[in-house]
Design a protein around this ligand. Structure first.
Ligand SMILES: NC(=O)C1=CN([C@@H]2O[C@H](COP(=O)(O)OP(=O)(O)OC[C@H]3O[C@@H](n4cnc5c(N)ncnc54)[C@H](O)[C@@H]3O)[C@@H](O)[C@H]2O)C=CC1
Length: 411
């Protein structure tokens, strides 16, 4: 949920701070954090209890959630942890809660549901805090929850005036580029506004109420269509359905565009974009955006893949390259070179391309290990950390969820 990494904000200014001064001066953040440390070690049991209690007391809410709750439970706890641990940073907190509030519209969450969830949350915390639960702790949590819910509800209401909770999108093209990989082009029923580098959540008819995020692989187009690069991964319910069981003419549901892996229009440094596998999608979007702006910046797009056959988008990238003199596309297959170019892990290829990248703005997307290795490599080659942009937190969440579902299936 939400974006991390050292990225530019794409979703509004950070000045509005309803979560403000009273908070920071009060003892509420300290009390809430202290009591949360008792819940963290028993997160699995606590979230199972939370949803069990919520659905027992409010059975109608069950219909808002997916049939299998494990991924949802994990995401809920991660969101709660993120809120608790940022209680002292009102700016970040408000931005995050507003994003969360807007995002929850697609689940059909209404203002009255927040009260039900708050009740189940306090009951859960009480049940798992043992003798440490006091009236003071309860009051701190109730106050924190009320403030958070108010921010989410207000953001959702503002958003409702401007955008639908979800978009219905028709699949207008479906190219199977490899047995486990497809490039889909979608036409939303209404214009879905986004900034290059953002992602959307996708739901297929096969998996009602299960949403998965996919980066948009293009800059905004005049016809409003979006392309997604999807690899069907073991345990990937939605990705398997999108690659193997989706046809032209089918419809999907899309949530609003989110994410902060976006370009700074005021930055004039050249760009180094480093992709691993389908992590290419957001970086191709950035490259297209830079080309559309035509500001004369040079763009290196380094495309890592397991082998030459996994360079699933190379012809398209070559077309892009031939139309823009500033773009250089460098394919880096890990296990065999297509010609005389670099090979091996994409992170290691950077130093073979140049000794220093310190005058570049760097964007990285791909599997978590690849992001970490590339960030390290870029730092070694002189790039300060605040010029290296990535979504590592989200990539880790996605990879963790997939691994867990795959092991659930094989168990
Ligand atoms: N914004 C983002 O960061 C996005 C991330 N993704 C993620 O990208 C991943 C793509 O998966 P696949 O296509 O299966 O990619 P993959 O597993 O085939 O990896 C492709 C590339 O990453 C490199 N790589 C993998 N692990 C590495 C490590 N530990 N150290 C250095 N290099 C490593 C490989 O050498 C290869 O060049 C998924 O986990 C997906 O969630 C996808 C879209 C956007």
């Amino acid at each position: 949920m939400g974006a991390s990494g050292r990225t530019r904000r794409a979703e509004g200014p950070a000045e509005k701070k309803p979560w403000g001064a009273i908070w920071q001066m009060s003892s509420i953040p300290r009390i809430v954090k202290e009591s949360f440390t008792r819940i963290e070690p028993v997160a699995d049991q606590a979230t199972a209890y939370f949803y069990g209690r919520l659905f027992a007391e409010h059975p109608r809410l069950r219909a808002l959630f997916p049939p299998a709750m494990d991924a949802h439970r994990e995401r809920m706890f991660q969101a709660l942890a993120r809120i608790v641990w940022s209680l002292d940073a009102p700016g970040q907190m408000t931005d995050y809660l507003e994003r969360l509030g807007r995002d929850h519209r697609k689940y059909g969450v209404l203002p009255e549901h927040y009260r039900a969830m708050g009740g189940a949350l306090v009951a859960t915390l009480r049940a798992f805090s043992g003798g440490h639960w006091t009236p003071e702790v309860e009051a701190a949590w109730a106050s924190a929850y009320r403030s958070a819910a108010d921010i989410m509800i207000a953001a959702a209401e503002r958003d409702a005036a401007a955008a639908p909770p979800w978009w219905v999108a028709e699949v207008v093209d479906h190219q199977r580029r490899a047995p486990d990989l497809a490039v889909l082009t979608l036409r939303p029923d209404r214009r879905l506004k986004f900034t290059a580098g953002q992602y959307v959540q996708v739901q297929t008819a096969r998996w009602p109420r299960v949403w998965r995020r996919y980066s948009i692989a293009n800059a905004p187009r005049p016809d409003g269509t979006l392309s997604l690069h999807v690899r069907a991964v073991p345990g990937g319910w939605v990705s398997g359905a999108l690659v193997r069981h989706t046809r032209v003419g089918d419809t999907l549901l899309l949530g609003p565009a989110q994410g902060t892996l976006t370009l700074d229009p005021d930055c004039d440094r050249d760009l180094l974009l480093v992709a691993g596998g389908t992590g290419l999608a957001p970086l191709k979007s950035l490259a297209e955006q830079e080309i559309a702006w035509a500001r004369g910046r040079r763009v290196h797009l380094v495309v890592g893949a397991r082998g030459p056959l996994d360079l699933y988008d190379l012809p398209d990238l070559r077309r892009l390259e031939s139309g823009y003199p500033g773009l250089r596309v460098v394919p880096v297959p890990a296990d065999a070179p297509p010609c005389d170019g670099p090979r091996g892990p994409v992170s290691a290829a950077l130093e073979r391309l140049r000794d220093r990248w310190d005058d570049h703005e760097v964007y990285v997307a791909g599997p978590p290990g690849m992001i970490r290795a590339t960030v390290d490599a870029a730092q070694r080659l002189g790039v300060p950390l605040d010029r290296i942009h990535h979504d590592l937190l989200e990539a880790e969440q996605d990879a963790g969820g997939r691994a867990r579902r795959a092991s659930d299936r094989s168990a």
